[in-house]
Ligand binder design. Structure first.
Ligand code: NAG
Ligand code: NAG
Length: 677
């Protein structure tokens, strides 16, 4: 035995030591990429991904090897730490070399290396790999404007097959689950159940892996003076919180909105259904009992269980499945500790599970926990754009379907759109400011997306700016659907609107820039009603305003009751701010008089009705994407890659189309990776 060990040890050591750390490879890869060394970049970047996988593999093996120790604290904590450390030393040589900063972890998590890889492969004429890398990046960043365009180009290229468009990082449980779903939809119950079982165990092992990796190292934060017990408590709760988040990581499809049910529960629901259709009552009962661990008071679940037990001849008292029961036991035990820490040590904890029984939460915390949960829900969960956040929730806006978001446009993008306004005006071509039809004290001008794009084609405005106008609308579209969880929305109308105060006519003004009205009905302030009938635009369901500036006086947006007088909320425009609301009478609104300067905004309306979708948007899309213009095809064939933020396509510098850039560039990290990105 000893001899064998002696032979094995140097082998593992030699093997793992030959592999540079992931961040080092990533940094090299990106540096080579910017120098145009495509094959060097390709090899380093793949190396970085492989290295990351191996480091994780080593940590997982160690986590398992150093499994639960004895019952005493010193055994639990100290011996495990000792075991982990020596195990990792053995596997990785110098474990500290392989530790990543949270920022670097995030780069990998978002699949950024794949965006470089797709272009490197493309330049090397390896189209299949290029398309696969692009698709992998797209899966993690579905709203990234540049990658959407690149994928469209890949689809049109000859050397690219349908199979090329695959996710290279799809976790096994997700692949199995979608196979199971398609079997279910074909009505093939028996094979579907097998797949579902496979998928469930893959899901549970992904969960285990994620939880094991939570015990990795943490960066030391501010070195304040703390009692040793405080330090331990602090570290320990962090690990527990990380473990509690794992169910979200496993359930969340990358780049998508968080599902209502976690992955384990949705597996169980499908399994219960399928077993009962297959009349396998024993299994159906076992699954129902497992499900009731999450939802012990779910009446329909209990009724189902009862009926399965009757079918089994009144046999009851069976057990839930052990793998599920032990997961529930463990996660509940962790929650108890975390709530204890929240109550007594004031360490914040946000429970990720909707099914947590109230008994677990200490009574003194219940109110706070409930309020925090509502607040988190209103904050829209994970919004699809990293730069965007909720500033005023529906509740803060004293309404229901009404929200204010910030960060939809960057400062440069607002400036770019304001320049578009000036260019359009200077061209003298259909963007004349005329006296507003609502007030003689202001001028009003409006520009549609299509008009802007046509002007760009004619050379009278900058094309990038016109495209940005188009993409700003796309962002509002994505955000409206995601925040309000609507059915698919169609563009109904989009225009860039500016309101300008006429100098010398502002004394003692009492009128509004836009009087109170509702967008899809006729507001009757006497009757306090809103009539949904023509000539109102009755098909409009959601309205959105993206503001471009705040260097003017007045011009706030305000909401009122149906009387048109009682103001319920007021919002100050500013660059990049998006206000979205339902278009009905519940959101009667107006614009305060603009008494100095010019106020510009992009106004958008969306409809749920496909028949009412505007044709103009379609034409605009063709102009932006160039789908019907084969002349442009040649130059457009090249995917432009490597940029980091969801919207960098527009804000990046077109003089250096292939150099990765974007907001990421401005952040710094210890290991300097960001300097390159
Ligand atoms: C660390 O200290 C800095 C400055 O003293 C402070 O701004 C920052 O919030 C602290 N970070 C943490 C995590 O306490
Ligand atoms: C909502 O109403 C409260 C109380 O009237 C008010 O203080 C608050 O400013 C309102 N919210 C907005 C966004 O105006």
């Amino acid at each position: 035995m000893r001899v064998l060990l002696l032979i094995l040890l140097p082998l593992t050591l030699a093997q793992s030591l030959s592999l540079p750390p992931p961040d080092e490879l990533l940094m090299d890869g990106v540096a080579l990429f910017s120098r145009g060394d495509w094959s060097g970049a390709r090899d380093r970047l793949w190396g970085a991904l492989r290295s990351l996988r191996e480091v994780r593999g080593a940590r997982l093996r160690c986590g398992e090897e150093c499994g639960p120790r004895g019952a005493h604290l010193e055994e639990l904590v100290l011996e495990r730490a000792d075991c982990l450390l020596s195990c990792e030393k053995l596997q990785l040589g110098q474990p500290s070399l392989y530790r990543l900063t949270p920022e670097t972890e995030k780069i990998f998590l978002r699949g950024a290396p794949y965006n470089y890889l797709q272009l490197a492969h493309y330049k090397l004429e390896e189209l299949d790999e290029a398309a696969a890398a692009a698709f992998t990046f797209f899966t993690r960043n579905p709203h990234h404007e540049q990658i959407q365009d690149d994928l469209r180009r890949y689809r049109r290229m000859k050397g690219v097959q349908q199979e090329s468009l695959r996710d290279l990082e799809e976790p096994p449980h997700r692949a199995l689950f979608s196979q199971a779903q398609s079997l279910l939809s074909e009505g093939k119950m028996a094979p579907a159940v097998l797949k579902l079982e496979e998928s469930l165990s893959a899901c549970l092992s992904a969960l285990r892996a994620c939880r094991t990796l939570c015990e990795g190292t943490r960066e030391k934060e501010n070195q304040t003076h703390q009692e040793i017990s405080e330090v331990i408590a602090d570290y320990y709760t962090r690990v527990l919180q990380c473990k509690q988040r794992c169910i979200v990581d496993v359930s969340l499809a990358p780049g998508r909105k968080r599902p209502k049910q976690d992955s384990i529960v949705s597996h169980l629901r499908l399994l219960q259904d399928s077993y009962s259709q297959l009349r396998e009552w024993e299994s159906a009962a076992e699954i129902a009992r497992s499900l009731s661990l999450f939802h012990p008071r779910d009446q329909s679940l209990l009724k189902n269980l009862q009926s399965y037990e009757e079918k089994l001849g009144g046999k009851s008292g069976g057990k839930p499945r052990e793998s599920i029961a032990s997961y529930v036991r463990q996660t509940l035990a962790e929650k108890k500790l975390l709530y204890y820490a929240m109550e007594n040590l004031d360490i914040p904890f946000q429970d990720q599970d909707v099914w947590t029984p109230e008994e677990i939460v200490p009574e003194s915390l219940r109110e706070r926990v409930r309020a925090e949960r509502t607040a988190a829900e209103e904050a829209g969960g994970d919004l699809p754009y990293e730069e965007v956040s909720v500033t005023l929730t529906p509740r803060q806006m004293n309404g229901t379907v009404r929200v204010t978001l910030d960060g939809v446009l960057s400062k440069e993008e607002c400036e770019s759109l304001l320049s578009l306004v000036q260019e359009a005006e200077a061209s003298g071509d259909g963007f004349k400011a005329r006296r507003s039809s609502y007030t003689p004290k202001e001028k009003f001008q409006a520009l549609t997306v299509l008009r802007a794009l046509e002007m760009a084609s004619a050379g009278s405005v900058d094309t990038t700016r016109a495209h940005l106008f188009y993409y700003a609308g796309e962002r509002a579209h994505v955000l409206a659907q995601s925040y309000f969880e609507t059915s698919p929305l169609h563009f109904s109308y989009t225009q860039l609107v500016c309101r300008t105060a006429i100098e010398g006519e502002q004394e003692g003004r009492s009128d509004a820039s836009h009087p109170v009205h509702a967008d899809n009905c006729i507001l009757d302030t006497e009757e306090k009603a809103c009539w949904k009938e023509p000539p109102a635009y009755i098909h409009r369901d959601y309205s959105a305003m993206i503001y471009l500036n705040d260097d003017f006086q007045g011009g706030n947006l305000f909401f009122t009751e149906l009387d048109g007088k009682s103001v319920t909320a007021e919002v100050r425009p500013q660059c990049g701010r998006l206000v979205m609301y339902g278009s009905g009478g519940e959101n009667a609104h107006g614009v305060r008089a603009v008494t100095a300067g010019r106020r510009c905004a992009i106004a958008l309306w969306f409809t749920e009705s496909a028949e009412q979708a505007e044709q103009e948007r379609h034409q605009a899309k063709i102009l932006v994407k160039g789908d019907t213009n084969p002349r442009e095809e040649k130059e457009k064939e090249t995917p432009r890659a490597g940029r980091e933020t969801t919207r960098s396509r527009i804000s990046s510098n077109d003089d250096e189309p292939d150099r990765p850039s974007g907001r990421q560039q401005r952040r710094r990290t210890t290991r300097n990776i960001k300097d390159e990105l």
